[in-house]
Design a protein. Structure first.
Ligand SMILES: C[S@@+](CC[C@H](N)C(=O)[O-])C[C@H]1O[C@@H](n2cnc3c(N)ncnc32)[C@H](O)[C@@H]1O
Length: 184
């Protein structure tokens, strides 16, 4: 996963909001241009696991909230945003993207790395079959979301993106990485 995390964090700058911060697996990849990371994470276990990484981080990391669907930050108060393997899990992903757009300055970047629906019909068929089980076993995670379509629907402009299979079973490993901009 490390090359993917290195790729998605490249270009983050200033005040960064990260939704679905988890146990802080992106921390070691934040570039030096990052001034502070504002972490949004509901799971107490993940927050506890993140403590060591936060303590060792070279940038300040502040836990600001529990829910990407209602981010407790002012409008246009962030310079960039990050989410990795999180848009698959947030119950109302449309609301979360609307919130990200609200807290980001116009013309700023949202960096994303997600798994999602495969373009291969046979894999997609399995993803649709497995989706209900995945949701129950993996904390609400969906296999069938399409990150680029979700971002476009929310009004983001895709600056760049790449989609390909990572290592691992195909229903879980069709990854989308990229950067989307808020309109100016
Ligand atoms: C698969 S984990 C990914 C964690 C981390 N970003 C990573 O790359 O390892 C999904 C994360 O989204 C978090 N999450 C679930 N619902 C959320 C919500 N409504 N708002 C923000 N984060 C949420 C989960 O607690 C979990 O930490």
């Amino acid at each position: 996963m490390e090359p993917w995390r290195a790729q998605v964090t490249t270009g983050l700058t200033g005040r960064v909001v990260e939704i679905g911060f988890g146990s802080g697996l992106n921390v070691e990849h934040y570039p030096s241009e990052v001034e502070v990371v504002l972490a949004v994470e509901p799971a107490a276990t993940a927050r506890r696991l993140a403590e060591g990484r936060i303590a060792a981080a070279s940038v300040p990391i502040v836990h600001v909230g529990m829910d990407g669907q209602a981010i407790p930050l002012d409008d246009a108060s962030c310079d960039s945003a990050l989410a990795t393997f999180t848009l698959c899990t947030i119950p109302n992903v449309h609301r979360a993207l609307k919130e990200l757009k609200r807290v980001l300055r116009p013309g700023s970047s949202f960096h994303f790395l997600e798994h999602g629906l495969s373009p291969d019909a046979s894999v997609a068929r399995w993803q649709r079959r497995l989706d209900p089980i995945q949701g129950r076993l993996a904390d609400g995670c969906h296999l069938t979301r399409e990150p680029l379509a979700l971002l476009r629907d929310a009004g983001f402009v895709i600056q760049w993106s790449e989609q390909r299979y990572a290592r691992g079973p195909k229903p879980w490993s069709y990854f989308t990485v990229g950067v989307a901009m808020t309109p100016t």
